[in-house]
Ligand binder design. Structure first.
Ligand SMILES: Nc1ncnc2c1ncn2[C@@H]1O[C@H](COP(=O)(O)OP(=O)(O)OP(=O)(O)O)[C@@H](O)[C@H]1O
Length: 245
């Protein structure tokens, strides 16, 4: 199964942010989306899930036109916000936030949803007492893990994680990376991870896409991207990543 972006252009206000973006995500694969701050990574992700509307219909799933509607097409594609508080209701406990994402699963009972939500929160490392707390009483990293559990709870075919490790310490980062690996085996979603840090991405991604000023400048398998970069900016990213390993 594939999710295709075909010549996507997008303006916000008077500014053209994205220019003719085309690429494909494959289910079962990890794609890293890389670029300098402000180049348009989050805007692109938001267009893919329907938070921003692109100028023309340019998304397809397996070749069929796909019109994302935020809050309605989450079983197809989910976006985990860079700021996890955006994904979490301030009034709901952690476990309710995750349960809420499963309410479209009509075939499950409330009790089953509660058990599943607790199980997912446990997998992302939340203790039972933290599961009862609201986001304002939790740390940024704890909220990030709840947002991840919530995104997975919707059982999406494709999942976009926007800077998912930025608020996590190195040990938790490592645990979450291992957890993502396990979850991918179970749920088999296609994963796109957004970051400006190539060191985190290259260990996870099957392919890497580099964006600059709203345009794709490189889209290649990870090993080619790192060891045989074509574009000057790719060379810079790759040399920093190689120097720091
Ligand atoms: N709602 C908006 N209205 C107008 N301009 C916006 C809006 N959201 C983002 N932008 C602009 O679009 C450009 C791309 O922003 P975006 O958040 O997509 O970048 P990014 O690559 O994700 O950056 P970062 O790595 O810093 O999160 C920036 O110049 C930003 O100022």
């Amino acid at each position: 199964m594939s999710f295709q972006v075909d010549n996507l252009s997008l303006s916000l206000g008077d500014n053209k942010i994205l220019h003719d973006i085309s690429f494909t995500l494959e289910r079962g694969q990890v794609t890293g989306l890389l670029g300098r701050s402000g180049c348009g990574k989050s805007t692109l992700a938001k267009a893919m899930v329907g938070i921003h509307q692109s100028e023309q219909s340019c998304l397809k799933i397996d070749g069929t036109a796909f019109q994302p509607k935020f809050g309605k097409t989450g079983h197809k594609i989910q976006y985990m916000w860079q700021d996890p508080h955006m994904a979490l209701s301030p009034f709901l406990s952690a476990v309710r936030c995750v349960e809420e994402a499963m309410e479209t699963h009509k075939s499950t009972t409330k009790v089953q949803r509660r058990e599943k939500a607790q199980g997912l929160l446990q997998q992302v490392g939340l203790t039972p007492s933290l599961m009862q707390k609201q986001p304002h009483a939790l740390s940024g990293g704890q909220c990030q893990r709840i947002a991840l559990a919530r995104a997975i709870a919707a059982r999406p075919e494709f999942l976009i994680l926007d800077e998912p490790f930025s608020a996590l310490d190195l040990v938790t980062q490592k645990n979450i990376i291992a957890l993502l690996g396990n979850l991918r085996q179970v749920y088999d979603f296609g994963l796109m991870i957004i970051s400006h840090d190539l060191r985190t991405l290259w260990r996870l991604a099957d392919k890497l896409i580099l964006i600059d000023q709203g345009r794709i400048i490189e889209d290649r398998p990870t090993s080619d991207f790192i060891h045989a970069p074509q574009h000057e900016l790719t060379k810079t990213f790759a040399s920093f990543a190689l120097a720091e390993t």
